[in-house]
Write a protein that binds this ligand. Sequence first.
Ligand code: GTP
Ligand code: MG
Length: 339
Amino acid sequence: MALVDDVKITIKAGNGGQGGKAFLSIPGSPKVYADGGDGGRGGNIYFQASNNVSDLSQFRFQKVIKGQDGEKGMNKNCTGKNGKDIFVLVPPGTKILDENTKEVFEILDKKPPVLTARGGRAGEGSHNYKPDINNFQLQHEEGGKGEEKKLHLVLKLIADIGLIGFPNAGKSSLLEKLTNANPKIGDYAFTTLEPNLGAMPVRHVLQGNSGGGKIIIADIPGLIEGASKGIGLGIQFLKHIEKTKILVHCIDSQEENPIKSYETVREEFREYSKSLLEKEEIILLTKIDLISEEKLKTQIKLLRKFKKKIMAISIYNEKSINELRITLKKFTLNTILDR
Ligand SMILES: Nc1nc2c(ncn2[C@@H]2O[C@H](COP(=O)(O)OP(=O)(O)OP(=O)(O)O)[C@@H](O)[C@H]2O)c(=O)[nH]1
Ligand SMILES: [Mg+2]
């Protein structure tokens, strides 16, 4: 599924419940007692990070989130129930911009939920007021209105590993092999239009660690010469790999000129940000089932000049995929233990 990383929504916290206006008169007594209870407070809306949510697609169809209203106060001094608070779960790293105040909240892992809209104040019930016996008008209060905000949510993925390279290099096929993702795969350039994310489980590596962990891998659209100037699909999606621990630079092993292919992608990186160039990187020759062993040796020899770790895989060769898996786990283990 394509990744949704930019949405606009409205949130409206619950209104406070109206204060009760009940009164009590005792037969035979001229006295009237006001006994309307207070209303309940309106439900708040919080945002909280969850590792079980991978993007913002839940908001594609749910553009308004409404908090629960507080209940009305009732007679016999009964207070109305508070509206239930809502906790909206978003991926860690989601930034929330309040479109009116321009305030920005960042939702981070292991941090307490962030209150984004406060529920309305509870209305005071008539028991707080002196009853006016003459006209039996009992005072009470309306509940306060819940806060309403227009929010702009942007997700910068916090992926551990980024798959990069020319279109058709086999990036999405590899993501599918390594993770639980089901990206679109096609025998043509620009099959992937939006970044895909997948989680690679690392349970056995983290034995003894509660619950195990997972490595998040991002597969991004292919880059071509001039991408930084908007050619092809552009480079705006590079923001999703800015924070990764390591990049896997995929090169189709059938490439006539793997050096040129490698350098072209690196050149586009340079235009975007230097930090991407400095990031740790593995050069990965893909589709090696389609070439001879000799050709593979030549390709590896050519690419040695970049002084990077070079690996070679075919999605049809389990052994090669397993070796890659082990290497990737080694590179990212510390990140996962931190989470
Ligand atoms: N024989 C063989 N074909 C592969 C291998 N990996 C990928 N392919 C094929 O190569 C083509 C491109 O694969 P994708 O995974 O869509 O490539 P991509 O890099 O994601 O392409 P874009 O999304 O366009 O950038 C598809 O037809 C795949 O079936 C491999 O190891 N061996
Ligand atoms: Mg793809």
